[in-house]
Design a protein around this ligand. Sequence first.
Ligand code: NDP
Length: 333
Amino acid sequence: MRWGLIGASRIASSYVIDAIRAQAGSEIQSVLSSDEARGQAYAQDHQIPDSYTDLDALLADDSVDAVYISTTNEKHHPQAMAAIAAGKHVLCEKPLAMTLGEAVEMVRAAADKDVTFATNHHLRNAGSHLAIRDLIASGRIGKVLSARVFHAVNLPEHLRGWRINDASAGGGVIPDITVHDADTVRFHLAEDPVDVVAKAGVSGMGEGVEDSVMSVWSMPSGVMVQSHESFTHGYAGTGVEFHGTEGSIFARNVMTQEPVGEIRLVDASGESQVPYETHNLYHRAIGLFAGAAAGKGAPSADGVDGVKSLAVALAVREAARSGQATHVDYGGL
Ligand code: NDP
């Protein structure tokens, strides 16, 4: 599979270029940047043959089968729509789009064109999360009663920029992190939040966008989910907990890009550590995407998953704005 990168981004250089090259038979042909000099330097640094500033020119290369979109969030929709129209398979970064309608349009366009379209929700690829999901699905903690996600981090200096000061580029902790937590909880519980209440605010970093949010989600089964995301917490650590009638799962430091963290299971027989696979999250995501594009299996998070995580995040933002319980609108998907 030959790839074009849409966006000369950090996430591509830190994780995704390596993950593409880790797949047998995969190579990167081109990169798109809005800045010619940055694009050329990026291509040179990463040994990518072609660099473009014109999306149509990148898409006109028939040797490119798939694109990975990792520009700032407001560009995902127009770039994905163009790539789909050109018949490319698309792996798009989260959040899929700025609005629910745009995200739904991307998913429908990909289905009409019969190309693979997926969302890069990396967390559900982690061995830790796969192990947690298996514990829940096998009934190990009985009927799940509640869940807690804590994903309050100190956003590193080099990642600040548009994330903390540019609402028009999709900045704010809700589109950045709440989408991941929504996807992770949906993955574990295999159900979609119905409505949410939330409070959001600025705690030292956001300039015109929220940098902290707490929310509570109601699930169709009756499970209550409590979620906390922030850019300003240096020492909180991340994690997720699931509490059931027969036991509780406590996972620490698992809301991360690395295959790390600790999972403890507590039940009537006592407390035990849960083992899990420590493969690279992004290698798995790209491998499943490439397989799906070749007609084998499904991507780890597809377009509908991306629409649904965005839908929850948008509902959280609206609930925080209005102070009202807000129904989650999944746009008919
Ligand atoms: P970056 O800020 O690194 O890149 C976004 C855009 O900013 C690039 O497309 C590039 O524009 C421009 N840019 C990059 N470096 C510079 C620079 N030095 N000077 C000026 N402009 C620059 O963003 P991230 O890589 O952090 O995030 C990109 C997307 O990926 C977002 O949608 C984000 O939500 C998502 N993401 C997902 C993660 C995951 O694990 N799933 C993790 C991190 C991010 P151009 O292409 O025009 O050159």
